[in-house]
Design a binder for this molecule. Structure first.
Ligand code: ADP
Ligand code: MG
Length: 258
């Protein structure tokens, strides 16, 4: 792979609790297991990706807050997730204040993009875990990214819920980042026994075609338990159905994007 092929993907959906963080940390660990060099950026003040990577958000002396405000670069702000075998720039509640402070700064929506440019030869993939909003923090992720991965549950209003995100992505594409595109919808927390979920899944494929990833992530309790052990599920219980599905998803992403 050429040195400058670093791919930056946002994991985004303006709804909370849809599986963004679970997707981010498990895809990161899965790609690392495939031999890829991965950086995770936690853009959510809740710091769930940070904790789920085994880094205590209350003990962070450097975070994505420092990065966005220009006080530190990636080399100073990153930490190693030993469990996940990837690097991570962590977040905690301090990041909630960045929103206000960023407004006064120049190039306020390009801060993350600028910071990541300095390490473009060090990683194959950067995964940005976005907060459940279409805020200035999410905008920093979308401006930096080549693509957006959208985790979604196959529920009745799933398609309607997508329209705000799709419109935001269109606007960012038109005004700030011509490279940006939805690279894929990932069906998560899937239960094949529920007829409605199968129907919505079919609707998604009819609507979005090849933009729907082949891999489907099942509902699996081991994925939900892993964060409390500070580990991605693929590392916590590699034999579980959820872990196997995320390993397969990582292979699908690696195949399609290098
Ligand atoms: P978000 O980042 O979008 O808010 P999370 O990834 O934190 O969503 O997931 C929300 C909750 O659902 C968490 O408690 C998580 O552990 C759980 N969860 C996520 N994916 C699965 C899954 N495939 N099976 C079971 N539980 C899951
Ligand atoms: Mg989250």
């Amino acid at each position: 792979m050429p040195a400058d092929r670093m791919r930056i993907f946002c994991v985004a959906n303006q709804k909370g609790g849809v599986g963004k963080t679970t997707t981010t940390v498990n895809l990161a660990a899965g790609l690392a297991l495939e031999g890829r060099r991965v950086l995770v950026v936690d853009l959510d003040p809740q710091g769930n990706a940070t904790m789920g990577s085994g880094i205590d958000k209350r003990q962070l002396d450097a975070s994505v807050y420092d990065l966005l405000l220009g006080a530190l670069g990636v080399p100073e702000a990153r930490r190693r997730s030993d469990k996940g075998s990837y690097d991570i720039i962590g977040a905690n509640r301090e990041l909630a204040g960045a929103e206000v402070e960023l407004v006064a700064l120049e190039q306020r929506e390009r801060r993350l993009k600028q910071a990541l440019a300095a390490v473009r030869e060090e990683y194959d993939f950067v995964l940005v875990d976005c907060p459940p909003s279409l805020s200035l923090l999410t905008l920093n992720g979308l401006v930096a990214a080549h693509g957006v991965i959208v985790p979604m549950q196959c529920e009745y209003f799933a398609l309607e819920g997508l329209s705000d995100l799709v419109n935001t992505i269109k606007q960012v594409h038109a005004n700030l980042n011509p490279e940006l595109q939805i690279i894929g919808l990932l069906r998560v927390m899937f239960d094949p026994r529920i007829t409605l979920q199968q129907q919505v899944s079919e609707q998604l494929k009819a609507h979005f075609g090849a933009k729907v990833f082949d891999t489907v992530i099942p509902r699996n309790v081991r994925l939900a338990e892993a964060p409390s052990y500070g580990q991605p599920g693929v590392v916590f219980d590699p034999a579980s159905k959820g872990a196997q599905a995320f390993r397969e998803f990582a292979r699908e992403v690696a195949r399609r994007f290098g």
